[in-house]
Design a protein around this ligand. Structure first.
Ligand code: FNR
Length: 185
């Protein structure tokens, strides 16, 4: 069974992107399983002094959970055309282990926005950061959920739009195939 860790980029409770992240559990094809990772909001702000004093328990827990997955899917909003600070902070913490638990794992990005561009600009900056971790980034197909209000049920953590649901299912099938190609080598 391919274990795909789901990492959320938003910290807020009524998050649209979290709804999309939670929807993955029922949209993955046979042979793949969604593993919900701790939300970045559970982590302290990265500070080398904190690390030098000992890895915080919340960070150690995220590290070991990332070590246990085969691949990563990041579902995030775009903040000011870039990566939300909490998500970048989580990646910065993960990067402090040698070898990084992110290294050599396939990864894909979903962006979610109420706006018309669907958070398209976060892909480029996030891809750059993930490449710095030697992650294997699936560049295409891309997922940008634009106009997300009305396409997602925040309370249920589900899609409410059949076209969106079909598109996300197709993406998860493509990503699973991509992961299986890399994890088989
Ligand atoms: C935003 N938002 C936003 N949207 C977008 O499409 N491009 C952007 O650059 C930004 N920038 C931005 C910065 C900050 C600080 C905030 C708080 C918001 C709007 C954002 O997409 C919207 O608030 C989403 O609903 C946030 O995602 P969640 O929390 O619903 O998952």
């Amino acid at each position: 069974m391919l274990k795909i860790g789901i990492l959320e980029g938003s910290l807020r409770s009524a998050s649209l992107s979290r709804a999309a992240a939670r929807a993955t559990a029922s949209l993955l094809p046979d042979g793949a399983q969604a593993v919900a990772l701790p939300n970045p909001g559970t982590l302290p702000l990265f500070n080398q002094d904190v690390l030098d004093a000992g890895m915080p328990d919340t960070v150690a827990s995220l590290m070991s959970q990332v070590e246990g997955i085969d691949a990563l899917l990041i579902v995030t909003p775009e903040y000011n055309w870039s990566i939300p600070g909490g998500l970048k902070n989580a990646i910065d913490w993960l990067s402090r282990k040698n070898p990084s638990p992110l290294a050599h794992k396939p990864v894909s990005i979903w962006s979610v926005s109420p706006g018309l561009l669907g958070g398209a600009r976060v892909h480029e900056s996030l891809r750059q950061t993930l490449l710095s971790q030697d992650m294997i980034v699936m560049a295409k197909p891309e997922v940008q959920i634009a106009g997300a209000i009305g396409k997602l049920d925040v309370d249920a953590g589900a899609t409410t739009n059949p076209e969106t649901e079909a598109f996300l299912r197709g993406h998860l099938s493509a990503f699973t195939a991509f992961c299986n190609t890399w994890t088989a080598t």
